[in-house]
Write a protein of this length. Structure first.
Length: 383
């Protein structure tokens, strides 16, 4: 990273290094590193063409990273460049400027934000625009960081990479960035409209990471070209559970009366289950003598299973996964119905809809984490 930034500063002395450039470079380094690792893994399993092998040659990692960084900076240099303010031959910027030049009027990023405000934001959402004007919250307060870091601090890395894909695919000038700023504001408009100065600024400086990146991208594309891209709804929840899929069904439970002479099941609370699972337990056989010597109380044994038994844990995970999947599906259905009949003027109802959307997004991410981290365990066949 240091070598790349140093070479860039030498090749572009009028830009040199400015704060935030390393945060543009870091995701590019990450992506190239992942590509190289994927190539090594693929080589172990299958044949790789010479073109792919050469394109992802690890020997040129630094060179490839530099070229990519150079292209990105060419598109966003206006967010960093200040006219008539250039570094000295030693790389330092002057501490004072001539009184005949105003840094505010000459700063290109402020000009860009002013255009976004007048041409995009105010016409598309006048109510939210007036609300921020009333609170004296200007776009530069948060917009400078959004543009200079290309939204790098507003979204988790995985969401940021998806957003950058959309930006890069729209051309080398990154015009979509202007519309993404407005889309991000519209995505949290109901929270902003119901907030005071402090809460609004907190939302804008610490953008909610729970927002669906697909919705923001779709909104930006619609604002840029309404004829080509329809207005999105806040229900972009992919991979809903299918009723015909085993994982999409809820495990049916029947309340059977206990057999004669058999005590009812005693279900301990969830806290004791979690505490038990976090403790390391030694392997013990299921023989009669081993059970007699176990220190676990009778209340922690259910129908012949210990609470830390893999089969029991697997069943609970499958059940929790199915319940969360069903909840996610039903919330999406409720949202799509309510959205048709609730007007945008009904702020409390719109806030409730936003809450439903956020809960659904949270469920989607939680389900994805469970599927990634526990897939082998959940689908392991019992011996």
């Amino acid at each position: 990273m240091t070598n790349i930034l140093f070479c860039y500063a030498r090749e572009y002395p009028t830009m040199c290094y400015r704060q935030g450039m390393h945060e543009i470079l870091a995701p590019l380094l990450f992506i190239l590193h992942c590509d190289h690792q994927a190539l090594l893994h693929t080589k172990e399993l299958d044949f790789v063409s010479e073109i792919i092998d050469e394109a992802l040659n690890e020997r040129y990692f630094e060179e490839d990273s530099y070229v990519m960084f150079e292209k990105v900076m060419a598109a966003i240099q206006g967010s960093y460049h200040i006219n008539d303010l250039t570094p000295s031959s030693t790389g330092y910027f002057p501490t004072q400027m001539s009184p005949t030049h105003s840094p505010i009027s000459e700063n290109q990023v402020l000009t860009q934000l002013e255009w976004i405000k007048e041409k995009l934001f105010a016409p598309n959402d006048p109510e939210l625009f007036q609300h921020l004007v009333k609170l004296d919250i200007s776009l530069p307060l948060f917009g400078i960081r959004w543009l200079r870091l290309l939204f790098g601090r507003e979204f988790p890395l995985q969401d940021l990479l998806v957003l950058w894909d959309a930006i890069f695919s729209e051309g080398t000038k990154f015009h979509l960035v202007n519309y993404i700023v407005v889309a991000m504001l519209k995505a949290i408009r109901h929270q902003l409209l119901s907030s005071d100065y402090t809460d609004c600024l907190t939302l804008l400086m610490h953008y909610p990471t729970i927002m669906d990146i697909s919705y923001i991208i779709d909104t930006a594309l619609h604002l840029k070209d309404p004829k080509a891209f329809s207005k999105p709804t806040m229900t972009p929840f992919p991979q809903f559970p299918s009723p015909s899929h085993p994982e999409g069904r809820i495990i049916k439970e029947t309340n059977k009366p206990p057999d004669k002479g058999k005590k009812p099941l005693r279900i301990p609370n969830s806290t004791s289950q979690v505490n038990l699972r976090t403790k390391k337990t030694s392997k013990q056989t299921l023989g009669r003598n081993a059970q007699a010597n176990m220190s676990v109380s009778d209340s922690l044994v259910i129908d012949g299973y210990r609470l830390d038994d893999p089969a029991l844990v697997r069943g609970e995970l499958q059940h929790a996964h199915a319940v969360m999947s069903l909840c996610r599906l039903k919330l999406a259905q409720y949202y799509s119905v309510l959205e048709k009949y609730i007007s945008e003027d009904n702020i409390p109802a719109q806030q409730a809809l936003t809450g439903i959307h956020e809960v659904n997004i949270k469920l989607s991410k939680t389900i994805s984490v469970i599927e990634v981290k526990t897939y082998p365990f959940m689908h392991e066949e019992s011996n």
